[in-house]
Design a protein around this ligand. Sequence first.
Ligand code: PLP
Length: 406
Amino acid sequence: MGNSFLSKHVSGMPASATMATAAIAAEYVKNQVVHYNWGLGEPDGGMQPHLREAGQRAFAEGKTKYTPPNGILPFREAISEFFSGFGLAYKPGAIIVGNGSKGVLFNIFLATLNPGDEVIVPNPRWVSYEPMIIYVGGKMVTVEPGQDFKITPAALEAAITDKTKWFLFNNPSNPSGAVYTLEEQKALGEVFRQHPDVMILTDEMYWSFNYTDQPFVPFAVANPDLYDRVVTTNGLAKSHAMTGLRIGFAGAPNTPDGQGLVDTANKIQGNIAGNPNTVSQWVTIAAIRGDQSFLNAQRELFIDRRDAMVKGLNAAGLPCGTPDGAFYVMPNVAHLIGGRTPSGVTLVDDVAVTQFFAKEAKVIGVPGSAFGLPETIRFAYPVDRDTNIIPGAWALGEAVRKLENV
Ligand code: PLP
């Protein structure tokens, strides 16, 4: 059958670059090589005890059957409460759920994109957006950021065409860690007042990893008059260390289009995935209604790690500013491109520099080009400061010093 066996539809879909880094790490683990895995974006701590108990209780009580595609009502009620905590009014009937926010975003694209429809995405951007968009025949249109990794209203305006369907807004950002202020979100919102046909799809997964002195503000709260045009995606995977539970959700506006989106996403979900994991639904209810005080300690811990990472990278000769959120930094490596390694290899791009660091310093990162920002590397810091960040950064400095011609 050869090539004809596989679908043409997915031939253009790149493999996940972040997953590829996991393979390098697995090799080091297998061979018991001391290494620093700064590739995958996943909190290192486990779930809180009350969440583990909620999962065990669900199993013990036999809550392991199919549910409606959009989950049981108490689950959607809890999600509604989660959103209202931010000042967002999404009724349980306006909630879209999926297997991770990945599943939610994909269902939303499947439900809304026709061939040729454009989705505007600021660079640098999370790796999975483009594969999802192109899979359903859409087109990703990127907007380049300034030095602060943020886009300007003028750049956004210039990207809008009569084919633009969505503006996909990830805040706080993976991979840059940038957090848009309330004023900046309002300024972006202003652009959409001139373009009434464009809808806004947010990805606010890193809501709890906000290190500014201002509370996190969802886009639809910053721009209440655009509420009817915003779909807000969120989840507890990162905040509550529930990445493997695969629950994500979105709130749709209380409009005919919003209801149409919810119904269509449910239809897709019902046919393709059935329902989000039943036990995970119960854990999510416990997570939303239970104690949140650990989030403060988590925030402090991550600020400490971020500061150690930024200091270590700058000392290693990898310049970077201090990001306001998420758990990533993107140092610039342009000055190392063209450098010669001790084995005589010339580093031609950020992919080569990333590979050199993985080999020489045993520090695993993801090339910035995977996120649309070449000549940078994304390092994730949900790892221990003393045993991982500090020695890893030191090893990077040693590796940089071995390069000639830089
Ligand atoms: N959105 C962003 C920006 C992410 O970084 C991730 C995970 O890395 C996700 C969505 C996916 O989250 P989930 O685990 O809920 O699918």
